[in-house]
Design a protein around this ligand. Structure first.
Ligand code: ACM
Length: 784
C-alpha cells in the first residue's frame, strides 16, 4: 500500500496535482534547453508561500499566454514592469505592459488609494474568467500581489498557464520580516547578494540585515577612514594556507565600495526591502582596531583575526573613539537611508577593559558601576547620535545589560528571553533566537550537509517558531515587531553552501513572518513546498537537497550478513520508494514499509515523493557490504560526553585551493565514539585522519574546557579505549604531520582482552593547537 501524505487527498485540487505532476522535470529542462516543448499547465492558489490570509476559490479560469496584456496606469507601472521582467526571466512568458485598454482578458495592476484595506503592505488578487486584477492601496502591497501572481505562474514555467479563479486577500503579520547575511567572516559578491534579495522579495521578506563589520573583516568603504578597508578588509587565510611557499602571507580580502553598497541598497529598495547595516560596537572590533589601533585599548599593532569564535578586541570607550564611530555612522547614514542602524553589542567580553588602567580610571571618572555600564554609556551616546539624525538604534540582546538606550530596539538572539525582557519594559523587539533561526546550523543530521553547526535546525523547528511569546501581555506583544533568520558564515565559504543553508529554510521563515498564526500548518506548508522548489529552480537558486532526500538509520546484524534499515525524509514527507536492484526509484517502486531487513551485500536506493514526483534531484544511495558494516566515519560516529558540547562540522582550512574535506569534531576535547562495536574476530583498527588548523578564539571559561590527552610518543598517538575512560584497546604513534594529500592512514592492532562488544572511544593525543588531528574514517579489520 502506498502511504500517501494525508494532505494529498484533502487539501489539493486536481489542478495542483496536474501542475506538480509536470513541475520538476520540465522546469529544470526549461532553463537548459529552449527547444523542450512546454506543456500548458493549470495552477492553483494553494501553492503561495508564505500562505496568504485568505484564498477563496472561484468559478472558471483564466489562461495566461504570450498574448495576455498587462495593464498598468496611475502609479502601478513600476510594479507591473517588475512583474513582467521577473516573469520573463523565469518563465517563457514575455508579456508587455500597456498603459490603458480594456481590462477584459488582461492582467491589471491597480493602485487604489481607497482600497478596502489601507495597510500599506496589503493586497488583493482576483482571478476570474475575465482576467486578473492585482489591487492595493500602496505600491508595497501591489508589489506583494505581483509576487503572489508570479508565484502562481513560475512553479511550472509554461508558455501557457491556466490560473483557476480565486480571490486572495493578504497582509503581513509582522512589519519586520528579516534575513541577516554575514559578509564579514566570508564575503559574497554583489550578484549573489542581489539573488538573495530577489528571493527575499518573492518570499515577501522586507528587511536585509547586512553584517558588515567583525573581528575578521571590515567590509564597508568609509572614505574618511580608508584604513578600515585597506587594513581591516584582509585577514590571513587560516591554517597552512595562510602562508605561501614563498613565506609570504596569503590574504583573504574583500569589501564593498560605497558605490556598490548604494547599488545594493537601491536594488533592495526597488523590491521593498530595507537594508539595515550593522556596525558592531564595542566588541567584534578587531579588524577596525587593527586599522586604527588608537581606537582600541591595547598597545601595539594587531591584525584582523584569522580565528573564529569570540575575540577580545574592544573599541576604546573614550570620546575620541565615539567621535570616530559617529564619523563612520555619518557615512553609514548617507549610504543606508532606512530607519534602523544595527549597533551590535553582542559578545563583547570585557577582558581588555578590565585589564586597562585607563579604562578603569575612565569608569571611575564617569561614576559608572562597571564595564557593562560603560558599554551602555557608549551605546546611549550612539543612540543619541542616531536619534538626532532621525534614525533608530537596534542591537543584539546584550545591549540590555548595563541599561538599554532609551529608544533602542532589541534583537533577541540568545533565545527569546532578552526579547521578553525588552518587550516587558516597553522596547520593540525582533526575535532571532539562535537555537531556532540561525541558518549556519545544519538543516538535517545527514552526512552530506556542508560545514556548519551539526546540532541541526530542521525546517520543522523553524516553522514551529512563534515570535510572540505567550507570557507577554497584549500590550507587550505589540512590541514584537518581527522576526529574522541569521546566516553566519564562519563555516560557509562558498555561494553553493550559502544557498544550500538558506534555501529552502527561508520559505519557513517567510511563513513565520507573514502568515497569521491561525493559518500556519506544517502539513499544508509541505504540500506547497514542491512548487516553491520549482520557483527556486526558475530563479537559478541551487537550494539544499539534503532535507528533500532520504535519511537512513541502520542496525547491523550480529552475524554480519544482514542489515536492518529505517528510512525517513527529514521534512516528514511520507511517500518513500526504494529499490535494491541498482535502478533509480520511481513512484511505482515499492513503498518503504516501515523498516527493511536486507541481505549483505545490497545496494539500496531510496527517494521521497510527493504526488508522484521525486522531491530531491537524485535518489539517496547506500552500499551495504561486509566492509561497510565494519566501517564508520566522523559523520556516523557519536561523540564522547567528555568532548564537550561544541560539535562543529569544520572545513579543512589548510588547502589554498581545490576541494576541501570537512570533519565533525568536538573542538574542546576531540573524541569520536563508536557505540557497541562488535570486537569478536577483529584483529586491528585502521584509521584515516586529517589534520586541520585549530583557529578559535574562546572565552576564558571556554578555553579552560579545552583538553587533550598528554602524548607519550614524540608526536602523540591515535588511541582507542573501551569507553571514554576505559582500558586502552589499541594505540599507534602519530607521524609529525599529514601526508601530501592532508591525510594519514594508520593501523593499530587490537590488544587482547575480555571485551566482545565495547564502546570505542577514539582520540588523538597531543595539543590541538595549532593543528589538530581529526578522524575521517575508521575500519575494523577482521582476523585473517
Ligand atoms: C551573535 O550571534 N553573536 C549575535
Amino acid at each position: 500500500m502506498m502511504r500517501r501524505h494525508r494532505l494529498t487527498t484533502h487539501a489539493l485540487s486536481a489542478a495542483l496535482l496536474l501542475a506538480l505532476g509536470i513541475a520538476s522535470g520540465q522546469a529544470a529542462a526549461a532553463s537548459s534547453d529552449a527547444s523542450v516543448q512546454l506543456l500548458p499547465v493549470e495552477v492553483t492558489g494553494a501553492s503561495i508561500i508564505p500562505r496568504p490570509v485568505s484564498v477563496q476559490p472561484g468559478n472558471g479560469h483564466f489562461v495566461v499566454d504570450a498574448g495576455t496584456r498587462v495593464i498598468a496606469a496611475d502609479g502601478s507601472e513600476e510594479v507591473a514592469a517588475q512583474f513582467t521582467q521577473l516573469l520573463a526571466r523565469t518563465t517563457p512568458l514575455q508579456l508587455q505592459v500597456s498603459p490603458a485598454g480594456t481590462s477584459k482578458g488582461a492582467i491589471q495592476f491597480r493602485l487604489n488609494r481607497n482600497a478596502s484595506t489601507d495597510a500599506s503592505e496589503a493586497y488583493a488578487l482576483r482571478i476570474d474568467g475575465n482576467g486578473v486584477v492585482v489591487e492595493a492601496a500602496d505600491t508595497r502591497g501591489l508589489f506583494y500581489g505581483a509576487m503572489s501572481l508570479w508565484q502562481l505562474l513560475s512553479a511550472t514555467p509554461a508558455a501557457s498557464a491556466t490560473l483557476p479563479a480565486m480571490q486572495v486577500q493578504d497582509a503581513p503579520r509582522f512589519a519586520w520580516r528579516g534575513f541577516m547575511l554575514d559578509s564579514a567572516r566570508h564575503f559574497q559578491n554583489i550578484d549573489d547578494i542581489k539573488l538573495i534579495l530577489d528571493a527575499m522579495a518573492t518570499h515577501k521578506l522586507n528587511t536585509f540585515h547586512w553584517h558588515l563589520t567583525d573581528d575578521q573583516g571590515w567590509r564597508m568603504e568609509i572614505k574618511r577612514y580608508p584604513k578600515l578597508t585597506e587594513v581591516g578588509a584582509c585577514r590571513a587565510a587560516a591554517g597552512e594556507a595562510g602562508v605561501g611557499a614563498d613565506g609570504k602571507p596569503h590574504l583573504y580580502c574583500g569589501y564593498y565600495t560605497q558605490e556598490q553598497i548604494r547599488d545594493v541598497v537601491a536594488y533592495a529598495a526597488a523590491r521593498h526591502i530595507t537594508v539595515v547595516p550593522e556596525v558592531d560596537v564595542p566588541g567584534h572590533a578587531q579588524a577596525a582596531v587593527a586599522a586604527y589601533p588608537e581606537h582600541g585599548v591595547v598597545d601595539g599593532p594587531t591584525l584582523p583575526s584569522a580565528n573564529w569564535g569570540v575575540n577580545p578586541y574592544l573599541f576604546n570607550p573614550r570620546d575620541e573613539t565615539l567621535q570616530f564611530l559617529e564619523n563612520i555612522l555619518a557615512e553609514v547614514l548617507e549610504m543606508f537611508p532606512g530607519q534602523y542602524i544595527h549597533i551590535g553589542g553582542d559578545e563583547a567580553v570585557k577582558y581588555q577593559w578590565e585589564a586597562s588602567p585607563q579604562v578603569q580610571a575612565y569608569i571611575r571618572e564617569l561614576g559608572l558601576k562597571d564595564e557593562e555600564a560603560l558599554q551602555s554609556h557608549m551605546l546611549k551616546r550612539l543612540e543619541k547620535y542616531l536619534e538626532d539624525h532621525g534614525r533608530k538604534l537596534i542591537g543584539w540582546d546584550e545591549i540590555i545589560e548595563g541599561g538599554l538606550p532609551p529608544q533602542a530596539t532589541v534583537m533577541s538572539w540568545r533565545g527569546i528571553q532578552g526579547g521578553i525582557e525588552a518587550a516587558t519594559h516597553g522596547h520593540d523587539v525582533v526575535m532571532a533566537p539562535g537555537n531556532t533561526l540561525y541558518l549556519d546550523f545544519l538543516q538535517t543530521n545527514l552526512p552530506d550537509e556542508p560545514p556548519g553547526r551539526p546540532k541541526f535546525t530542521s525546517m520543522q523547528r523553524v516553522y514551529a517558531f512563534d515570535p510572540v511569546p505567550s507570557e507577554l501581555t497584549a500590550a507587550q506583544r505589540k512590541h514584537v515587531i518581527g522576526v529574522q533568520a541569521n546566516m553566519w558564515t564562519e563555516h560557509t565559504r562558498s555561494e553553493e553552501h550559502l544557498k544550500h543553508n538558506v534555501f529552502p529554510r527561508l520559505a519557513a521563515l517567510s511563513e513565520i513572518a507573514w502568515t497569521p498564526l491561525r493559518n500556519k500548518s506544517y502539513d499544508d506548508f509541505l504540500a506547497r513546498l514542491p512548487a516553491q522548489l520549482q520557483r527556486y529552480k526558475a530563479l537559478g537558486i541551487a537550494y539544499g537537497q539534503t532535507a528533500l532526500s532520504v535519511a537512513m538509520k541502520r542496525q547491523d546484524d550480529r552475524a554480519g550478513n544482514k542489515v536492518t534499515v529505517e528510512l525517513s525524509n527529514p521534512l516528514s514527507y511520507r511517500d518513500i520508494r526504494y529499490t535494491t536492484d541498482g535502478s533509480t526509484p520511481t513512484a511505482q517502486s515499492p513503498a518503504y514499509p516501515g523498516a527493511l531487513t536486507l541481505p549483505v551485500p545490497t545496494t539500496l536506493k531510496a527517494q521521497a515523493f510527493f504526488n508522484g514526483k521525486p522531491l530531491a534531484d537524485k535518489p539517496s544511495q547506500w552500499n551495504f557490504d561486509a566492509a561497510s558494516l565494519l566501517s564508520r566515519n566522523d559523520k556516523t560516529l557519536a561523540q564522547c560526553p567528555t568532548g564537550g558540547r561544541l560539535l562543529l562540522r569544520l572545513i579543512d582550512d589548510n588547502p589554498l585551493e581545490g576541494p576541501r574535506e570537512n570533519f565533525d569534531v568536538t573542538i574542546f576535547n576531540p573524541c569520536w565514539l563508536w557505540e557497541d562495536a562488535q570486537l569478536q574476530d577483529i584483529a586491528s583498527i585502521k584509521v584515516r585522519a586529517g589534520r586541520i588548523p585549530y583557529n578559535f578564539g574562546l572565552l576564558r571559561e571556554e578555553e579552560a574546557k579545552r583538553g587533550y590527552r598528554k602524548p607519550v610518543a614524540r608526536h602523540g598517538e591515535f588511541e582507542v579505549r573501551a569507553g571514554c575512560e576505559g582500558r586502552v584497546l589499541a594505540s599507534v604513534p602519530l607521524p609529525a604531520q599529514a601526508g601530501a594529500d592532508g591525510f594519514i592512514e594508520l593501523e593499530a592492532p587490537l590488544r587482547a582482552g575480555p571485551e566482545q562488544i565495547s564502546d570505542l572511544c577514539m582520540t588523538f593525543s597531543g595539543d590541538t593547537r595549532p593543528q589538530m588531528w581529526v578522524l575521517n574514517q575508521v575500519q575494523l579489520q577482521p582476523k585473517k
